[in-house]
Design a binder for this molecule. Structure first.
Ligand SMILES: [Zn+2]
Ligand SMILES: [Zn+2]
Length: 342
């Protein structure tokens, strides 16, 4: 099992989560499965519950800290908070691991197979201990290295989400929220969620992240990303802002016109560390508060703004429609150019 072992600080955290997982299983999930005649999924449900417990803890911690801050020092004042509701749904769906659980029940045999194959062959995996002996004995050091490696890939993953048209249409779900808040981070297209989880799970397997560490890596990363979307004045100061991505740095990425406009350009793609933006020259330190969202959402004299959907399902569906439109336009353009050539 993915979380059957762990090291260092992962172990303590894992033990705590394990206790909650067992309780939730005995008192809530098992009676429910029994009642619904779904006991065949007994073991899968128990495994999925592990991530759900971590997710609920994340929501509890971020809400307890960030919600009072949003009430105390808001960046933007909104007339109504109704636009936040889909994001609350996204957060619960993501943090309870509902989409990922369904996906992994289906994919788990493949992942287990890959894991066994990698262990037996002992090839293709990058083992930190071989590169620098003794390093993995120090959980904090190996944890930091994994965090940086995964974040580097996260930066490029995010850049490609903006670079490629189809991928952008999925990621546009995240950017179409014009009222950024602590709930904004998980507003994503489910297909994008699945691709991202699969990608980072496989990469983590390849670079030898221990399952116990993987959970902590994901929890740390999720918490920092929730903070980045907060609607509260939270100045990090010159130094800290250059060490980890601050809310104002990420807000710049969401700023209409400045942060991104479809696949054209953009700034501040960094997930946890702004270093990659600094190295690859995509960083902007501008702190002026701009309206957030996607430029074509605005009404123009000649055209009404594009509708990205109000509710979760509309947002998911409209993204697929935009992709279809893009593909149709692309194939029409290909046919045109063939005519021109002949
Ligand atoms: Zn983005
Ligand atoms: Zn964001």
């Amino acid at each position: 099992m993915l979380h059957a072992m762990g090291t260092g600080m992962g172990l303590e955290f894992e033990r705590f989560v394990g206790l909650l997982q067992t309780d939730a299983y005995i008192y809530i999930v098992q009676p429910l499965l029994f009642h619904l005649h779904l006991m065949d999924y007994d073991e899968d449900a128990y495994d999925a519950l592990y991530w759900a417990v971590v997710g609920v803890l994340e929501i509890a911690v971020t809400f307890a800290i960030l919600r009072p801050l949003e009430a105390w020092r808001p960046i933007e004042q909104w007339e109504q908070r109704r636009a936040l509701w889909p994001d609350v749904w996204y957060t619960w769906i993501a943090k309870l691991g509902i989409v990922n659980a369904l996906f992994f029940v289906w994919l788990q045999p493949t992942i287990n197979h890959l894991e066994t194959w990698m262990t037996v062959k002992n090839i293709w995996t990058v083992n930190l201990d071989e590169i620098a002996p003794g390093l993995t004995d120090q959980p904090l050091v190996s944890f930091a290295i994994y965090l940086v490696v995964l974040d580097f890939l996260g930066y490029w993953y995010h850049r490609w989400q903006h670079r490629f048209g189809i991928w952008w249409e999925l990621h546009a779900v995240h950017h179409s929220q014009r009222q950024m808040s602590l709930w904004n981070d998980d507003r994503n297209h489910f297909v994008d969620d699945i691709v991202q989880t699969a990608f980072f799970t496989v990469v983590s397997l390849f670079i030898g992240v221990q399952p116990g560490q993987f959970v902590v890596l994901v929890a740390v990363s999720n918490t920092l990303q929730a903070i980045q979307h907060v609607n509260a004045r939270l100045p990090y100061g010159w130094w800290l802002e250059r060490v980890i991505v601050s809310p104002s740095f990420h807000r710049r990425h969401h700023a209409m016109e400045y942060g991104h406009t479809g696949t054209a350009y953009g700034c501040n793609f960094g997930v946890l560390f702004p270093w990659w933006d600094m190295i690859f020259r995509t960083a902007s330190w501008e702190t002026a508060v701009e309206p957030t969202g996607i430029t074509d959402q605005l009404d123009r004299p000649e055209q009404r703004g594009r509708n990205y959907g109000k509710g979760v399902w509309a947002q998911q569906w409209l993204a697929l429609c935009r992709i279809k439109a893009r593909m149709t336009a692309a194939s029409a353009a290909a046919v045109d150019s063939r005519y021109e050539r002949s």
